[in-house]
Design a protein around this ligand. Structure first.
Ligand code: M6R
Length: 578
């Protein structure tokens, strides 16, 4: 969940690291730090806070040197404070390390190192690694010492380390169950948790595999497998432009990414799903695993497959290992925007004998190495913590898998029309910003969209929000609907409308403030506020028409409340711990 960046080359390391950390901040943003090597001396600056404030308060970019590592933190071990921020150094202050992941055997290692005289300055699990390297460096050359230290670690890690005692300017890398990608530049090398942080310098990357270690120097890189032997790893090139990972004039990434949906939906629809369809036709049972927003796309896939009479079910990835034992005849589909979500990767590993398919946005991500076949979203990098464009892209892939592309030609225009409702949505946001609870209701295939709208709403507005199939209200939740409590009804004119209308009336009779997204005049009349859906729409496209204004609603309530929707508290974009 933390963001790591490293650089070695002729450039000014502190500037490159600081710029990179700004791009990586969506991975974690409670503290930040960089370490650089200049004239054989290590300098570290770090503190709690966001990249922008810490880097300017500590004047990161005044630091000289051409090699360095940087880190933005999402705390797992130890409170948020300067001492626990990365980079961490050894007792001699010659070695600096940044780490993403969890070292599960850290307390055993810490006792061992303390007994050998090492002094620790933080409460983190990460710091043990740098002391371990220091310990082994007493008797072994740098690479051997690094490999030996890595061999002692249990848990997950992406690590970048450098040493002032090294005879060359080099970075030492290792990864297991946490992403780390090498950026191959001309006369310079980078590494980072995610590709966008390196796009300014290169479009060529090497994704390290599980257990890999590597050395970077300005002349190139070498990769080693966990047994220490040198291995070759495939280079990948991406066609993402730097501007794709920038705000492009919008006040927030989230708003840009919501608006980007009108373009990227076509890119996603162009994605090749023939291999995936063949796989899906071959198996009787389909298990779909995912987390958060991707789970809602998974629910939609399961729902549409079930409507076709198929045996399909969507599972919350973190629970999948507890509730099922997939057999060879089950196709397991993992959906993950980042392709790095630990819960999803773990759930895929829980199905060792099953054939597997991934739907992801990230070329070279861990999920692609765990499956037999991958479908890419082609949505470009998504920087806002709240998933928006990647959700509609996931839906587009799901729809293409089920209906084929022919019926979906009108999607870009539909999304554009729904985006045009922004000012109207903004006015509704003003009425909701002071509320404490919000409920979303829908029926049938619109229910996954209600779940997603509710997740988006609570995630960035901090207003308690829940979503239900409308029929469930009367089985308990109706007790919470009192005067003025918003009930947002996803009420398109499809086969679900009649029954949902009954639920809307039930909520209204208890004083509920009905906000509808609808193309039905009667529902509109019953509503206090309504967001229109264009009339004459093919009913299968309603989910797309529903989600876009509800993303905008969450965004505007968030902004009205003075929250930064790109960086909601306690969350991170890529959740690489279980
Ligand atoms: O990268 P993934 O799609 O696997 O991420 C799963 C969830 O963490 C993610 O969808 C999360 O729920 C969203 N950021 C919510 O907007």
């Amino acid at each position: 969940m933390c963001g790591i960046i490293g650089y070695v080359g002729p450039g000014k390391a502190s500037q490159i690291l600081t710029d990179g950390l700004k791009m990586l901040e969506y991975r974690g943003y409670d503290s930040v730090g960089i370490a650089v090597l200049k004239d054989g001396k290590l300098e570290v600056r770090k503190d709690k806070g966001m990249v922008e404030e810490v880097s300017s308060a500590l004047a990161f970019t005044t630091m000289g040197g051409n090699v360095g590592v940087g880190h933005s933190r999402w705390a797992t071990h130890g409170v948020v404070c300067k001492e626990n921020a990365h980079p961490h150094t050894d007792c001699t202050k010659n070695i600096a390390l940044v780490h993403n992941g969890v070292v599960e055997n850290f307390s055993k290692l810490k006792s061992e190192l303390s007994a050998a005289g090492h002094k620790f300055s933080s409460d983190t699990d990460s710091e043990v690694v740098v002391h371990l390297v220091e310990e082994y460096s007493k008797t072994q050359p740098p690479l051997k010492a690094f490999m030996r230290a890595i061999g002692r670690l249990e848990g997950s890690y992406a690590i970048a380390l450098m040493s002032a005692a090294d005879s060359e300017e080099r970075l030492f890398l290792a990864r297991r169950n946490s992403p780390l990608v090498i950026g191959v530049g001309k006369g310079e090398m980078l590494c980072a948790s995610d590709i966008p942080a390196m796009l300014k310098y290169t479009k060529t990357f090497v994704a390290l595999e599980e257990g890999d270690m590597a050395i970077l120097s300005r002349h190139g890189y070498k990769v080693y497998s966990s047994d220490g032997s040198e291995v070759s790893r495939k280079q990948i090139t991406v066609d993402w432009g730097v501007e794709m990972a920038q705000k492009g004039g919008y006040p927030h990434f989230m708003l840009k990414e919501i608006n980007d949906q009108k373009h990227f939906i076509s890119e996603s629809l162009a994605s090749d799903v023939t291999g995936a369809r063949k796989l899906m036709d071959k198996y009787d049972r389909i298990d779909i695993i995912a987390a958060g927003t991707s789970y809602h796309a998974g629910l939609m896939l399961a729902c549409l497959l079930q409507q076709q009479g198929r045996n399909a079910q969507a599972f919350i990835a973190s629970d999948y290992p507890f509730i099922t034992s997939p057999k060879e005849k089950t196709l397991v589909i993992g959906i993950s925007q980042s392709g790095e979500t630990a819960d999803v990767l773990q759930a895929l590993r829980h199905a060792p004998k099953s054939p597997k398919l991934a739907i992801t946005n990230t070329v070279g991500s861990s999920i692609t190495r765990l499956v037999d076949h991958t479908v890419f979203l082609n949505s470009g990098p998504e920087v806002g913590v709240a998933a928006t464009k990647t959700f509609t892209s996931q839906l587009a892939i799901v729809y293409k898998l089920i209906y084929g592309k022919e019926k979906l030609g009108g999607l870009p225009a539909l999304i554009e029309k729904m985006l045009a409702s922004e000012n109207h949505v903004k006015a509704i946001a003003q009425k909701l910003a002071s509320k404490e609870n919000v409920f979303f209701i829908a029926r049938g295939r619109n229910v996954p969209i209600a779940y997603e709208a509710s997740l988006k709403f609570k995630e960035i507005t901090y207003i308690h929000s829940e979503a239900y199939p409308g029929g469930e209200l009367k089985h308990g939740t109706l007790s919470l609907i009192t005067e003025g409590v918003p009930v947002i009804a996803l009420a398109p004119k499809d086969d679900t409308l009649q029954k949902l209308f009954g639920n809307i009336r039930e909520a209204k009779a208890r004083g509920g403030l009905i906000v509808s997204v609808t193309d039905d005049d009667e529902v509109r009349k019953e509503s206090a506020m309504s967001i229109p859906i264009p009339s004459g729409l093919d009913p299968i496209l309603y989910p797309f028409a529903l989600i876009v204004p509800l993303q905008l609603l969450a965004y505007h309530v968030s902004v009205l409340k003075g929250i930064n929707p790109d960086r909601p508290r306690n969350l991170a974009k890529s959740v690489t711990v279980e």
